[in-house]
Design a protein around this ligand. Structure first.
Ligand code: ZN
Length: 280
């Protein structure tokens, strides 16, 4: 497997969020010649959507995704409606940025609920409700399946196959408006991964997120590894993803409270570039 195209590297700003605001992350990408960026909505709100859009355009960056929409399940009708309204706002923001997709972390069980199947139905209904808005805005929706350890609190869509089933339940023929985000942290363990990536194909595979799985993992949320420091066979997964026709960016997304978030972000970005070439 040859080294990946270095121009495909993108920064998910979660990777630098402890030390850099969005403006600093945009400058950092430009300085390190990283061509793609994926902002989070809280940092986007702090900077202001219009100002951020201008700065990103001026830096010549591609917005590989906006993080994040989703969080659909709620215990009341009113709560579900609020979630849908918030997703519509996120679609507007993604449109303003020219984002290649809005990443959906779909949400887990409503508080006090044990009805996982019901939560999953609410997710499908929520995505179906916002899809016309996404289509009108030209913002594809990318369902990101999360590792099953997050099923209760963050996302009750837990495998790539399950995410694709949701896509197929909502629209019979794949359009460019609905698909999946493949994050290696969440799917590397899945024995059906190769099949699911091939099934997604170019039409449904909208984003590719990279990092590594550390052994041991000390925190379920904030201890992701830099590429090459863990046990994920990143080269094989890239071969699958590119083999399915994906030609988009490789977005580094590392939540790392005790390690990478403590370091100088310029060092982190330099390391990302190096490891992308060596390990991905
Ligand atoms: Zn991700």
């Amino acid at each position: 497997m040859s080294a990946p195209d270095p121009t495909k590297l993108a920064l998910n700003t979660a990777t630098t969020r402890a030390k850099w605001n969005l403006a600093e992350a945009i400058d950092g990408c430009a300085r390190h010649r990283i061509g793609g960026i994926s902002p989070w909505r809280d940092q986007l709100a702090d900077m202001g959507v219009e100002k951020a859009a201008r700065a990103i355009r001026a830096a010549g960056l591609t917005v590989t995704g906006l993080c994040r929409g989703g969080m659909f399940p709620a215990s009341t009708e009113e709560g579900r409606k609020r979630a849908i309204d918030d997703n519509r706002t996120a679609i507007d923001e993604a449109h303003a940025l020219g984002a290649q997709c809005l990443v959906l972390v779909v949400g887990g069980l409503p508080e006090g609920s044990r009805d996982l199947a019901g939560a999953r139905e609410q997710v499908t209904a929520g995505i179906a409700a916002i899809l016309p808005d996404a289509r009108a805005a030209g913002v594809p929706l990318a369902i990101e399946p999360l590792h099953p350890m997050y099923a209760a609190e963050r996302a009750c869509i837990n495998t790539l196959g399950q995410a694709l089933d949701v896509c197929d339940a909502i629209e019979q023929a794949p359009s460019s408006a609905l698909g999946v985000a493949v994050d290696v942290y969440h799917v590397w363990w899945d024995p059906a991964l190769a099949f699911a990536v091939a099934r997604a194909g170019r039409a449904r595979l909208l984003a590719y997120h990279i990092c590594d799985w550390l052994v041991p993992t000390r925190d379920l949320l904030l201890d992701r590894g830099m590429m090459g420091d863990g046990v994920i066979d990143l080269k094989s997964i890239r071969a699958l993803v590119e083999g399915s026709g994906y030609r988009g960016f490789h977005e580094v997304e590392i939540f790392s409270k005790e390690n990478w978030w403590q370091r100088d972000p310029d060092t982190v970005l330099a390391t990302c570039k190096e490891r992308h070439q060596q390990c991905c």
